[in-house]
Design a protein around this ligand. Structure first.
Ligand code: F6R
Length: 369
């Protein structure tokens, strides 16, 4: 049942190229246009949307954070992403022109369910992104876009996360397509690039042996920090969450720009810091800024573990360990940059003698508030 793997988590990490491809299947036609049939909110209703609010918990929340960058870029509709457990209790401002997107693998997370019930009571339309057919969250939503990750057994979410990202990009691109933004050409190009992205996930998986060796060598450390910018910031948070829940280590993710506002005080000799580097093409300002951040922490003794695109030579002098990922469009990079972090956490946890499928104190589906 574990398909020759020691743990479900390893099997599920390996299944990611297929999970991504399956989630795209049938949703992009030959002409490169999107068709999201399960979205029972009409194009007319979608054109009226003036605000998108994403609610989710944990890993699904990180997917929602990344979705915010994509939705605002491709649609120019303001978007907020909020922890479901906070959203419900602050009396959020919602009406019939608000589209609430609830992201949940299990479809049973109580905080997310309560958030969507509250949103519907206020007249908002709710679109669920969910991996479990017929579960409560899609049943109570106006529309649903299913992720096709297949059953996820390991407590720590991996393949569901990648498919949540795919679904978020589909929603963002679909909204962009329907609302007709100035990014028409870019949207068409990205739809094509997205349709080919599972090959890139496959290529990352094929190069993970050095990441596993590195993870094993860090088993006696107490702390690992993660830095990112733009969509790399939620990826850093996700890398830290995986390490906390599996390896029971102190792991924290930061927006790299926040370093000098506090976290840089944590840097000490030989502290491992994972840095997710955005593409040097596209938004090159971001890239240059993060290269400076890597120099700053390295000058203070950090052991830098740099995740950077193939061909990005600027990071080489400052990387104690360099993890290469395939070239992707800036906004899609999390689909490949998250994978080494999953492998890293899984291997480090195993090296520390933990059961990665059943981390202590955690349940797969959190049905209490
Ligand atoms: C982390 C993890 C959790 C879930 C969270 C939401 O690896 O699995 O953080 O992402 O409990 O669960 P769902 O997506 O089922 O609502």
């Amino acid at each position: 049942e574990k398909g020759g793997h020691d743990y479900f988590m390893l099997k599920e990490i390996a299944e990611q190229p297929k999970a991504v491809a399956d989630t795209l299947l049938g949703r992009i036609d030959g002409a490169g246009r999107l068709h999201l049939d399960e979205v029972r909110i009409t194009p007319r209703e979608l054109r009226e949307v003036d605000k998108v609010v994403i609610v989710a918990c944990g890993t699904a929340f990180h997917a929602g954070m990344i979705a915010k960058y994509a939705i605002e870029h491709w649609t120019r509709i303001p978007c907020e992403t909020e922890l479901a457990s906070e959203f419900r209790y602050r009396d959020p401002i919602l009406d019939h022109r608000t589209l609430v997107v609830a992201i949940s693998q299990s479809g049973e997370t109580m905080d997310t369910l309560m958030a969507l019930r509250h949103a519907r009571e206020q007249g908002a339309k709710v679109l669920a992104i969910c991996n479990t057919n017929g579960s409560t969250i899609p049943r109570e939503s106006d529309a649903v876009l299913y992720t096709h990750a297949g059953p996820e057994v390991a407590v720590a979410s991996t393949k569901a996360f990648l498919t949540q990202l795919v679904a978020c990009y589909l929603v963002a691109l679909y909204l962009g397509q329907i609302c007709g933004t100035k990014w028409g050409d870019e949207i068409r190009t990205v739809i094509r690039q997205l349709s080919e992205i599972s090959g890139a996930v496959e290529r990352v998986l094929a190069t993970m042996e050095p990441v596993r060796a590195l993870a094993r060598s860090l088993a006696d450390h107490d702390t690992v920090l993660f830095l990112g910018r733009h969509v790399g910031y939620p990826v850093a948070l996700e890398g830290a969450l995986k390490l906390k829940e599996l390896a029971y280590m102190h792991a924290e993710g930061f927006a790299a720009g926040e370093l000098k506002h506090g976290p840089i005080a944590l840097i000490e000799d030989d502290l491992p810091v994972v840095v997710v580097v955005p593409s040097p093409r596209g938004r090159s300002v971001l890239h240059d800024k993060i290269v400076s951040n890597i120099q700053e922490i390295r000058a203070r003794g950090a052991r830098t573990i740099v995740i950077a695109e193939e061909g990005d030579e600027a990071v080489v002098p400052y990387a104690d360990h360099l993890i290469r990922i395939p070239v992707t469009p800036t906004l899609l990079q999390p689909l490949v940059s998250t994978v080494p972090l999953q492998v890293f956490a899984c291997e480090l946890a195993t090296a520390r003698g933990n059961d990665v499928d059943q981390p202590r104190n955690l349940a797969k589906s959190v049905t209490v508030e």
